[in-house]
Design a protein around this ligand. Structure first.
Ligand code: MTE
Length: 429
């Protein structure tokens, strides 16, 4: 009986192999790989169960690997999301060997939940609806998930009336439940995955080409700098937008403290790296830590805000606690979160999205409706919450502050077409 079942498995496997081998190209290749490894694991499970009866451990290992493959299959069948930075969809054959085999990663509850939720599928009866993000969380749940107490006593700070949105302010809840923070999740409901993240105590070192390299903690920041609240528009490269009040201080004040040298041409920013607290950092497909960069002139621009708060409270974890950057005239991916290091350099730094896909995510990345993303138009944007559509404005409407920085940049407007030869302009007689 056992031999017959094994034989059936083997025949079935051979059938699938030969059937799919002829079609094993491009997209179909996915199904081929998965079907075959699927059957291989059924077979392995069966053998281990019978051959080593009593050796429960081994069978459990097979079950785990089988479940893992099922998840990968469902993942492969899930259509790639449109209009998302998340072009970097991980497929089974993209995974490094270490990712496939390492049990500690598989067993990690946080990582598993993150993975399941990011693919947005039901993969087993034991998963509750809330775990899959089907239920709408209350504002209290969202607040509790991301809450950071340190520094709270200093809030609120006075509003700088020079800045206005020109649109209604985004509801706090709408901004807090739809965030980008790849370290924790590739979904937008990042607040569900930040429980292990400890953003306090925190230190930021400012170093490189400067006379007074300094490490600041949060107390230093609240003591040494004059913080204020600014109503800024935020435009994500994915076309969503929001209007939120950030609390912070100009980056030029921070750089003044370290006294940059004349050779400092760029500023590089790094986010923390701690895979124990941030599940996605366990995947080595991404160039962790998240990094960003600016020219020194951009960093010194009065709009560049070192940010510690939002809506009159310290930044919740999912918004980049405890310190992030906010650059309202650039696509949101430049506004790096949870910064631990700022370095003055003489070379243009490598940055996270630009290293992954330089054709889609440029270093400069100024909001510009005239330059479409290679996969979608940037002509308009939709607001978090009411989903109202607005035409996108160059530099997100902050041209008075920043246009002068890009007078010579070929990226600030698309190349003008060469003039047509005269004879082509003459109407045919
Ligand atoms: N910073 C880090 N470290 N990791 C990220 O994934 N996402 C960026 C940016 N900063 C990101 C990051 C992107 S794509 C956007 S649009 C903004 O954060 C979003 O800020 P918000 O989530 O607070 O609205």
């Amino acid at each position: 009986m056992q031999a017959r079942i094994l034989c059936t498995f083997a025949t079935l496997r051979l059938c699938v192999e030969s059937c799919f081998k002829s079609l094993a190209k491009s997209y179909i290749n996915r199904y081929y790989c998965l079907e075959v490894s699927f059957l291989a694991h059924f077979q392995q499970l069966f053998i281990s169960h019978h051959k080593v009866s009593g050796c429960v451990q081994k069978s459990l290992g097979s079950i785990r690997r089988l479940r893992y493959n099922m998840i990968q299959l469902i993942y492969a069948l899930t259509p790639i999301r449109k209009n998302s930075m998340n072009y970097f969809v991980r497929r089974p054959w993209d995974l490094s060997q270490s990712l496939i085999t390492e049990e500690s990663i598989y067993n990690d509850k946080q990582g598993r939940r993150e993975f399941l939720k990011s693919i947005g599928v039901i993969a087993g009866a034991g998963l509750s609806a809330s775990m899959l993000g089907c239920q709408k969380a209350t504002i209290e749940e969202i607040d509790n998930a991301g809450k950071v107490e340190e520094g709270k006593k200093n809030y609120p700070f006075p509003r700088n009336e020079d800045f206005t949105y020109g649109r209604p302010e985004t509801e706090r809840r709408d901004a807090a439940e739809y965030t980008n923070f790849y370290e924790f999740s590739t979904s937008k409901q990042v607040y569900q995955y930040v429980d292990k993240f400890e953003p306090t105590p925190w230190k930021i070192s400012v170093e490189g080409l400067c006379r007074k390299p300094t490490t600041f903690d949060l107390d230093d920041i609240y003591k040494l700098f004059t913080l204020e609240e600014r109503a800024y528009r935020h435009r994500c490269v994915e076309t969503w937008a929001m209007c939120v009040p950030w609390t912070g201080f100009p980056m030029s004040d921070l750089l003044a403290k370290v006294d940059p040298l004349a050779g400092a041409k760029y500023v590089k920013f790094d986010t923390f790296f701690n895979p124990e607290q941030a599940a996605t950092q366990k995947y080595d497909d991404y160039p962790w830590p998240y990094s960003e960069g600016l020219t020194i002139e951009e960093a010194m621009n009065p709009l560049s805000l070192i940010t510690t708060g939002i809506y009159g409270t310290p930044l919740p974890k999912q918004h980049g606690a405890p310190v992030r950057l906010v650059l309202p005239w650039k696509y949101g991916f430049k506004s790096i979160k949870s910064i631990v290091k700022i370095e003055l350099t003489d070379e243009k730094p490598k940055t996270f999205w630009n290293s992954l896909n330089p054709n889609e995510y440029g270093f400069e990345a100024n909001v510009n409706p005239e330059v479409p993303h290679p996969r979608w138009s940037q002509a308009s944007e939709w607001m978090l919450g009411n989903r109202e559509r607005h035409p996108t404005v160059k530099y997100n409407g902050y041209g008075d502050y920043v246009a002068k920085l890009y007078a010579d940049s070929p990226l600030s407007s698309p190349p003008k077409p060469a003039p047509l030869p005269k004879d082509l302009l003459t109407a045919p007689s």
